[in-house]
Design a protein around this ligand. Structure first.
Ligand code: ADP
Length: 161
């Protein structure tokens, strides 16, 4: 049984993240979306909010579950017995950082393999931070996030529409 951990801050989950989780669910027996409690970047949504939004967005995906974590990712991977770490790679900007992280994780936890999915074309320029910026300026992000995420952005006052 291959268990994959897809870690990130998911602040909030976007259609780009869901696309990666959907594709991963077809390859691995279990895909755990690990939501990191305290990322370095400032988060907009609380941990329970990020977990709830991700759960709702992926409830239809077989073998996909959502779990919060607050320790180092490689330790959480051990806890959940994941053999694979999943990351998404967009054409611009992700590669160098993901490569560094993969090398560090390989050193910290030999045998834990990082598998990168190439972002789908339609989500290449989609990031949670850009969505928050656009929503805060009143832009329509409803085609880029699930409905419940769009309304959560509105509730947070991040969308003026
Ligand atoms: P982090 O806080 O680690 O940057 P994110 O929640 O922003 O995590 O993203 C988690 C993972 O999903 C990262 O590997 C990131 O590159 C990937 N990702 C983010 N947005 C997209 C997208 N639009 N398409 C594909 N992968 C994405």
């Amino acid at each position: 049984m291959i268990i994959a951990l897809y870690p990130g801050s998911f602040d909030p989950i976007t259609n780009g993240h869901i696309d990666i989780a959907t594709r991963a669910s077809k390859l691995f027996d279990r895909t755990i979306i690990g939501i990191f409690a305290t990322p370095e970047k400032r988060v907009t949504f609380t941990l329970p909010e990020r977990v709830e939004m991700a759960k709702k967005a992926t409830a239809h995906l077989k073998g996909v579950e959502v779990m919060p974590y607050s320790n180092i990712t490689v330790e959480f991977a051990k806890e959940v017995k994941a053999q694979v770490l999943i990351r998404g790679l967009r054409a611009i900007g992700d590669f160098e950082w993901e490569f560094e992280m993969a090398m560090m994780n390989q050193m910290l936890s030999p045998g834990l393999e990082t598998v990168c999915f190439m972002a789908s074309q339609e989500y290449q320029f989609l990031s949670a931070s850009l969505i928050k910026e656009v929503a805060s300026l009143g832009g329509d992000v409803s085609s880029l996030v699930p409905k419940h995420v769009a309304s959560a952005l509105k509730k947070k006052g991040l969308s003026k529409r």
